[in-house]
Design a protein around this ligand. Structure first.
Ligand SMILES: CC(C)(O)[C@@H](O)C(=O)O
Ligand SMILES: [Mg+2]
Length: 561
């Protein structure tokens, strides 16, 4: 083993007699103190299907590490459930949990002088939280994704949890009855695994695979399939080799890796949250990445995959069609991927993809042929304008129009907006403005899946726009613009919008504009007062003090530099 193992801090020398005594009590024997100690960050929890299978994977990781002559030490990280907390005050803790997960893994691995870390996660924030920690630690690391849920089935349709969100809008609009609503509730989540469309969990697992932190094909495996547990044990062996070779995250998480991840996220139609999280991970590893980089790459990369929320298929279909390696190979052969980027296996991306066909089999349509994509350009556009001088993120998949001028309907919270939609008070031509939901203002920058799904469910997806300083779920689609920065709570222009104002969303022009004179805006700004903080103690109060603009990834260690 390389003699630069950090774990020597706690295992070597007379003065470490007490720590060896304690390590013996957790299973170390005489010959184990010269082996690498590997943290297994276990996100197991029964609070969400995403994480309920993770303990079995932790056990397989332990077995794999021991077999590879390392010493595993398992510790817990937290998760919250976006899908369950959605639309409630509790969703304000979701983005905060990314920081708690990152901090918890960083704290344990540094406190215990770990030589490497194998992180296991399922729900949305687990992937970016673990990746931020891995970036900060810069010790050999591998990420193991808990796996996607399989689709539910009902009336010949594949269902996911987003079907249940959209059913609320359908029921409120009188399109389905109570029995159908209950059937969708019963059948949309059949077992363990993270939300099954190309929503945030599957988007971020794919991004970590592209950046070389996870094994090839692992990001689209189903949680309940045997290959997921086998891949976990293989990940453990790969990590021990990476420790021997000292393959560090700083060699994997390079600028090229982030550009590769952005390209794949565009090609698979991934979640807007990937923008927030990649910015945060890049900052943690010291890579210079800006929100404008997403726009540059978007212009060059087609949306190749027909995946929910706006498409037809789910992650298990993508897996059967060749998974992320197939999408990567199509980008590589078309000059849109850096093949020399390194992966945790020690192979480059080009080497990993050597045996992957240049194009998918023609008998499937989950991954479209290169010359017949879903969209010619990426679906996540970065908009700027007097409403978003630092930027905003528009998701334009699944809509017929990418330009709209409409009348502002202003809501100071997600709940007020959802109530208005379900009460039928919204009409074609409205642009809903949901504000004071940003990182500081919410706080916690809630996902707006409930209102955006209700708009789709009510059949208003092509005629109603929504802008917010909050964010969206991976299940959101329509003419929606999130991450509006600066946010209302810090006096961004979104705080000055009044009911009935004219707003223009113009994706082609990359513009988000409040059609109001500068003089009028100056007058309104002079009269604006920052709101009283909603939380003055506890986690959310700390978060408000530390969190940065969403245009920088809503990171909590930015202001400290
Ligand atoms: C509930 C969902 C769909 O998982 C959402 O939280 C997301 O961000 O994708
Ligand atoms: Mg989410």
């Amino acid at each position: 083993m390389p003699d630069n193992r950090r774990s020597q801090n706690i295992t070597q020398g007379i003065q470490r007699t007490p720590s060896r005594a304690m390590l013996r009590a957790v299973g170390f024997g005489d010959d184990d103190f010269t082996k690498p100690i590997v943290g297994v960050a276990n996100g197991y929890s029964t609070l969400t299907p995403c994480n309920k299978g993770l303990n079995d994977l932790a056990l397989r990781a332990e077995a794999g590490l021991k077999e590879a002559n390392a010493m595993p030490q398992v510790f817990g990280t937290i998760t919250v459930s976006d899908g369950i907390s959605m639309g409630t005050e509790g969703m304000k803790y979701s983005l905060v949990s990314r920081e708690v997960i990152a901090d918890s893994i960083e704290v344990v691995c540094n406190a215990q002088s770990m030589d490497g870390v194998l992180a296991i996660g399922g729900c949305d924030k687990n992937m970016p939280g673990a990746a931020i920690a891995i970036a900060r630690l810069n010790i050999p690391a591998v990420f193991v994704y808990g796996g996607t849920i399989k689709p539910g089935h009902h009336n010949g349709q594949d269902l996911t949890v987003v079907s249940a969100f959209e059913a609320v809008g359908q029921y409120s609009a009188g399109k389905i009855d109570k029995e159908e609503l209950t059937n969708i509730e019963r059948f949309s989540c059949p077992g363990a695994g993270s939300c099954g469309g190309m929503y945030t969990a599957n988007t971020m697992s794919s991004a970590l695979e592209v950046m070389g932190l996870s094994l090839p094909y692992s990001s689209t495996m189903a949680a309940e399939d045997a290959e997921k547990a086998e891949s976990t044990e293989k990940s453990a062996r790969v990590l021990v080799e990476a420790i021997k070779k000292q393959i560090l995250p700083s060699q994997l998480l390079t600028r090229k890796a982030f550009e590769n991840a952005i390209a794949v996220i565009m090609a698979i139609g991934g979640s807007t949250n990937a923008i927030l999280h990649l910015l945060a991970i890049a900052r943690s590893i010291g890579v210079d990445l800006s929100i404008d980089d997403f726009e540059t790459i978007r212009g060059k990369v087609p949306v190749l995959c027909d995946l929910k929320p706006s498409g037809r298929y789910v992650a298990t279909d993508l897996h059967r069609a060749g998974g992320i390696p197939q999408v990567m190979k199509m980008l590589l052969v078309n000059g849109l991927l850096h093949g020399d980027a390194l992966t945790v296996t020690g192979q480059t991306i080009a080497e990993v993809l050597a045996d992957v066909p240049d194009a998918p089999p023609t008998n499937q349509d989950v991954i479209r042929p290169w010359d017949n994509p879903m969209y010619a350009q990426g679906h996540l556009a970065i908009l700027k304008g007097n409403l978003a001088t630092e930027g905003a993120v528009a998701k334009i998949s699944g809509v017929k129009q990418s330009k709209m001028t409409g009348s502002a309907r202003v809501f100071e919270s997600e709940e007020d907006c959802l109530d208005a939609i379900l009460a039928g008070k919204i009409q074609a031509g409205d642009i809903l403005v949901v504000r004071y939901e940003g990182p500081k203002g919410g706080p916690g920058m809630r996902e707006m899946l409930a209102p955006t799904s209700a708009i789709i469910g009510a059949g208003l997806g092509d005629s109603v726009g929504l802008i917010t300083d909050g964010r969206f779920s991976g299940g959101t689609y329509g003419l929606v613009v999130g991450h509006v920065a600066p946010e209302a709570a810090v006096g961004g222009t979104i705080a000055l919008v009044q009911e009935g104002d004219s707003i223009t969303i113009d994706v082609a022009a990359r513009s988000l504009h409040l059609n109001c004179s500068e003089e009028e805006l100056a007058q309104r700004r002079a009269n604006w007062q920052p709101p009283k903080p909603r939380y003055t103690t506890g986690v959310l109060a700390k978060y408000v003090k530390l969190v940065s603009s969403s245009s920088l990834g809503a990171v909590t260690d930015l202001e400290l530099t």
